[in-house]
Design a protein around this ligand. Structure first.
Ligand code: BMA
Length: 816
């Protein structure tokens, strides 16, 4: 019997401000204060600076609730809180029930002795995380290396002392709010006999069957005998089990013949079985995907691979890194998760990495990944810092956290591996002065706690000690070392290197690499007044958290392009260059398969409106790179690039399980669009392979590389794929001025616009400021006599003539 305690609570400040406002639970401090008008929108302009006091204040969440006699008639009445953020004391009717200090742990305790029939009060007092973290840092025996680079100067940076989302204190893309609150479920659970705590299955796959051991962890208030019933799809079994008082593990074995296997997106369907378990009167149900997952990281003749294999098939992992979807946790709604995950899948992604500076995600995240076929690289929540694993209390809490999260998540088909942290090993190996103490802390945490928990509770999944790293037991800084394990390749961004430097890198699996861009004008307008639309302005300085972010962006524009006129053109060009950076890396690395078997760029999403490496803006709007990702991650892709400045290589990549016959037209054109040189190739691109189509010296392709460009048109059963490459940096090319015309219309499939151009128009983008909606493609090449039709997706369709009026076009030549 459950009684939900979510709903309207009261939020009080425990200071002289004496603020008292209504608060939604689940919810956070800032969302409640914003709704009550106590603070202004922290995402607007420089308001962040005015709300810093919220994270420095102690808060109390409280509510009254009515308890009925029949709840109190139960043997035990548990209070269950999925996540309390973070250091807090729980009171019922004025009695202190418990202290909590880890938001990644579920709290559960029998509170029956504190309850009475009729009206009751619950209060959760949360101390300021900012002050508490500082206090603990000062009290810790030695100085712990905090995540210094990332929280902006002036903020306290000791998130490593608390079990709280690290980026709540700010990151190099993240606002510092240090929100606190009560998240996910909070309820009373009255029980008489056994209750199910966790259910988890072991899958053993044979040729045409899957043997499932369905284990349940069951808690019984006293010894008893109950029936344990399990059903998976229409196969069921039941048995009587004797339970002792306390924690019990019960199991049942089922055999599913000819199972419908679960596949990552692009490799097959995602059938999910209904799993139901019952122990006495307590029931449990979930969806379950059946698949065999292996990870190959055995030394080979090149180095050490990292290859994910699902149902015997090696999967080229294509995706991005995931950060928490909003700095105000009350806004973590299922609808927004769905929107982002759908956008990832629409861009042909099949893996997301949950980055260790954020949070173990809500169940709905993993449910959606299971349903859509998105593999999940799951970090434990440790990032870029030294952790106090020498502290017994802290270590015990993290042990419980790891166990809880593994047990909670291990039955999701999508989870592909457990990873100890983000970058701790790499950073510590570079910090010679901190090495001995940090190495001890790292070893105790990653090998002494996390690996042990994985081996015990999820022995069939790989534990990867850190990202990046060369693999279990190896101590190698793989920020730059290639050919072993996973790599974070940051030289182009952090090292101010040209995009062509990606051609010098051969990763086995690149789990981070990225390039920043400004968000769209629409998103810019949502955080900056018009007089601040300039990256030198104070508002832009605050909405850019990487110290050199704006200078790297600007300098790179100067490397490749002519200086754009006007802020909107500048913003557009930053998005074009971001897309080109990632396209350069991914297309090349995909041609290296099977040497390289994965690319996850940094980063998929934003947790507030900001200039960052994301491909989806705050709110989910696609940056141009996301449109480019749909192409550079296409299962069947063709590309042309010059690794040295003299030769152009043409490649095709097929990630699919079937050979593909394709017809290719490779053309060299001048800037009026005339074909100077063409070649038709008809060939088969074998399954799971990259094929070099040809290699041509640039001098043979075009006498003057500043006056020509290359187009690729590939056609086959699975549709058409197009790509283009310049032979020279665009700023040196003699681009023709192009006149693009727009015609809007509507048909049975909805609204569309058709774009035509008299001359080649590069990276052409259609925008609709003021009319809400998105085009299904963007950043395209418009060739004369080849109009392109873009579909317009919107919830509130305008008339075609209104759409036509709202559309504005940008393209490269029009920026100067
Ligand atoms: C990597 C990530 C993040 C960071 C990003 C950009 O190091 O793991 O910590 O936000 O680079 O600097």
């Amino acid at each position: 019997m459950r009684q939900d305690l979510g709903g309207k609570w009261t939020l009080n400040s425990l200071d002289e401000r004496n603020i008292r406002v209504a608060a939604d639970v689940p919810g956070d401090t800032h969302s409640a204060l914003l709704a009550a008008g106590e603070i202004s929108d922290p995402y607007w302009a420089k308001n962040e600076l005015d709300v810093q006091w919220v994270g420095r204040t102690d808060w109390s969440f409280s509510r009254l609730f009515h308890v009925k006699e029949d709840l109190l008639a139960r043997k035990a009445v548990y209070l269950v809180c999925e996540s309390i953020d973070t250091v807090a004391q729980i009171f019922i009717n004025g009695n202190s029930v418990a202290a909590v200090e880890n938001m990644f742990l579920r709290f559960r305790a029998d509170v029956k002795p504190f309850l009475k029939a009729g009206e009751n009060e619950i209060e959760i007092r949360i101390v300021s995380a900012v002050r508490e973290a500082k206090k603990r840092a000062d009290a810790y025996g030695s100085k712990l290396h905090p995540a210094t680079d990332n929280p902006p100067a002036g903020y306290e940076a000791h998130a490593n002392l608390l079990r709280k989302v690290a980026c709540h204190f700010g990151w190099d893309w993240g606002i510092c709010l240090a929100a606190s609150g009560i998240y996910d479920g909070i309820f009373l659970h009255g029980v008489d006999d056994a209750r199910i705590e966790y259910v988890y299955t072991d899958q053993k796959h044979g040729d045409d069957f899957c043997e499932l051991v369905v284990n349940a962890e069951v808690i019984a208030p006293s010894a008893c005998e109950v029936v344990y019933e399990v059903a998976v799809g229409d196969v069921r079994t039941s048995r009587r089990v004797a339970l002792a008082a306390g924690i019990n593990k019960v199991s049942a074995v089922l055999r599913i013949d000819d199972p419908d296997l679960w596949w990552p997106a692009g490799y097959g369907a995602q059938p999910l079985y209904d799993l139901k378990a019952r122990v006495g009167e307590d029931c449990y149900s979930r969806k379950l995907g059946l698949r065999k997952l292996e990870v190959n990281h055995k030394e080979d003749d090149i180095g050490r691979p990292l290859t994910f294999r699902v149902n015997g098939v090696d999967v080229f992992c294509k995706g991005a890194n995931w950060i928490p979807l909003d700095a105000m946790p009350a806004r973590h709604t299922r609808e927004r998760y769905e929107n982002l995950i759908d956008s990832a899948v629409a861009a042909n992604m099949n893996m997301l990495r949950i980055w260790g500076g954020g949070q173990y995600e809500k169940d709905c995240f993993y449910e959606l990944c299971d349903a859509r076929g998105v593999l999940v690289w799951q970090d434990f929540m440790f990032a870029c810092a030294e952790y106090p694993s020498g502290d017994r209390r802290w270590a015990a809490s993290v042990r419980c956290e790891a166990e809880h999260q593994i047990k909670r998540l291990r039955d999701y088909a999508c989870i592909a591996l457990w990873c100890g942290d983000n970058e701790n090993l790499g950073i510590l190996l570079r910090s010679a002065d901190l090495l001995p103490s940090w190495m001890r802390h790292y070893d105790r945490l990653n090998y002494g706690i996390l690996k042990v928990a994985c081996d015990e509770h999820d022995p069939h999944r790989l534990f990867w000690p850190s990202s990046p790293c060369a693999g279990p037991e190896e101590l190698l800084d793989t920020f730059n070392v290639q050919l072993r394990g996973d790599m974070h390749c940051w030289d182009v961004w952090h090292g101010d290197r040209p995009f062509e430097d990606y051609y010098k890198v051969k990763p086995r699996f690149c789990s981070e690499f990225g390039f920043q861009a400004l968000p769209s004008m629409e998103t810019i307008a949502s955080f900056a007044p018009e007089d601040q639309w300039n990256i030198g302005s104070p508002v832009f300085a605050l909405h850019q958290r990487h110290r050199r972010g704006n200078s790297i962006i600007t300098q790179t524009i100067m490397r490749y392009f002519r200086l754009p006129e006007g802020f909107a053109s500048f913003a557009y060009l930053t998005q074009v260059q971001q897309a080109l950076a990632m396209q350069t890396a991914v297309e090349y690395w995909r041609t290296l398969r099977p040497l390289c078997m994965g690319t996850l760029y940094w980063q998929l999403n934003d947790n507030w409106p900001v200039c960052s490496w994301s491909s989806l803006e705050y709110g989910g709007k696609w940056k141009l790179i996301h449109h480019a990702a749909r192409r550079f991650y296409a299962p069947l892709m063709a590309t042309a690039f010059c690794r040295d400045s003299e030769v152009m290589e043409f490649w095709a990549v097929n990630d699919g399980l079937e050979d593909r016959r394709v017809e290719l037209l490779l053309a060299v054109r001048d800037f009026s669009g005339n074909i100077l040189n063409r070649e038709n190739i008809s060939c088969v691109i074998p399954a799971a392979a990259a094929v070099e189509l040809k290699k041509t010296p640039l001098t043979e392709l075009a006498p003057d590389r500043e006056k020509a460009f290359v187009t690729i048109h590939m056609h086959g059963d699975s549709g058409t794929f197009e790509n283009m490459s310049f032979l020279e940096q665009p700023k040196n090319c003699a681009l023709a001025e192009a006149e693009v015309s727009v015609r809007a219309g509507a048909d049975a499939d909805g609204l569309f616009v058709t774009l035509s151009s008299d001359k080649p128009a590069f990276y052409a983008v259609a925008e609709t400021m003021g009319v809400e909606g998105e085009f299904d493609d963007n950043m395209i090449l418009l060739l004369p006599d080849s109009p392109r039709t873009l579909r317009f997706k919107t919830k509130t369709p305008p008339r075609p003539d209104e759409l036509e009026k709202a559309v504005s076009i940008r393209h490269l030549r029009a920026t100067y």
